[in-house]
Design a protein. Structure first.
Length: 329
């Protein structure tokens, strides 16, 4: 087998100006890790000429593709096109396959599947009719398919139909795409990272997001600033802590159970993350399924792996081996 590996990332408009699109730096850290594992790795952009990409993969096939394509033609909704090309070329690749990307990236599809499976997820409503909107309760208006908390800020949490409609219209006019409104759960937030092993999905140590230091009136959410603006108060006061699972055994067990069920339902692979909010009664609600989340050396998933005794090199190697196993099965 060829020891050549291609790290594919998306072409993103304005990438140089937008820290949320700085995939080049992540690709560089991946290439370094892959090199240490004996792979001759190169970074390529997944461009719009699909026939050329497919032909290139068939004519000069790499031994592996590390898929980091989060969008295609400037929308996350089409990220699954990349895995479709790898599958058509019979090239083993890292991360979830086409179904997982299609179902997990579209938050409405994901919520419908979760609801049908009996997995708690906050109530939601879609425009233009906003059927079933509970006008007395707060909602958070979010993008249906775009990642990286695009356009998410403190004003995204609103109450009442008029406020929901206004926020949705404002976001869609500014960013394009579509939004939906999800009932806002005000309790604790957890990010549950998972990796693929020969035995299936493995849940890593449970991380809670700590919003200590947020001022009064500031919603405890991981908005765009908290993710990407290092000089912002949101970034400085959004921290990760790993809980003592023995001290909260029932909650930990439920978070792990639901996360593994989501892994299996969505046919996830390689690495993934499920985000939860916990309501006042202690019920965990799935608020997001992150397919192929940030895999940089200092991101939450890598930190959870390190907490579990898995180095960054071991993490990347495990993801590669998982992709090779799936291709051979």
């Amino acid at each position: 087998m060829s020891r050549r590996c291609i790290v594919f990332t998306a072409i993103v408009p304005g990438e140089e100006e937008d820290p949320a699109n700085s995939t080049g730096a992540i690709a560089a850290s991946l290439i370094e890790a892959l090199g240490g594992l004996g792979w001759e790795a190169e970074h390529r952009k997944f461009d719009g000429d699909l026939q050329k990409v497919l032909d290139d993969l068939r004519v000069n096939p790499p031994g592996f593709v590390f898929n980091m394509v989060e969008s295609f033609l400037a929308t996350d909704r089409l990220a699954f096109v990349a895995t479709g090309i790898y599958e058509a070329a019979s090239i083993p690749f890292a991360g979830s396959g086409t179904f997982g990307l299609m179902a997990g990236t579209d938050k409405i599809i994901a919520k419908r599947l979760l609801t049908e499976a009996g997995i708690p997820t906050p109530h939601y409503a879609e425009g233009p009719h906003w059927t079933g909107l509970k006008t007395e309760r707060p909602y958070i208006v979010k993008a249906i398919a775009e990642h990286a908390s695009l356009g998410l800020d403190n004003e995204a949490v609103v109450t009442g139909r008029a406020a929901v409609e206004a926020r949705a219209a404002e976001w869609e006019a500014k960013f394009g795409g579509k939004t939906f409104a999800e009932e806002f759960i005000t309790g604790r937030e957890f990010n549950v990272a998972m990796i693929e092993t020969p035995q299936g999905g493995r849940v890593l140590p449970l991380a809670e997001m700590d919003f200590t230091g947020f001022p009064a009136g500031k919603h405890r959410i991981i908005d765009y600033a908290a993710k990407w603006r290092e000089d912002s108060e949101e970034f400085k006061h959004t921290n990760r802590r790993f809980i003592d699972e023995a001290a909260e055994a029932d909650l930990a067990a439920e978070l792990r159970r639901i996360s593994l069920k989501v892994w299996e339902m969505f046919d996830l692979g390689g690495w993934a993350r499920v985000d939860f909010r916990i309501d006042a009664d202690g019920t965990p609600y799935v608020i997001d399924i992150n397919v192929n989340p940030d895999i940089s050396h200092d991101a939450g998933l890598a930190m959870a792996a390190l907490r579990d005794g898995i180095s960054y090199s071991e993490l990347i190697d495990g993801i590669v081996q998982a992709g090779l196993r799936r291709a051979a099965s």
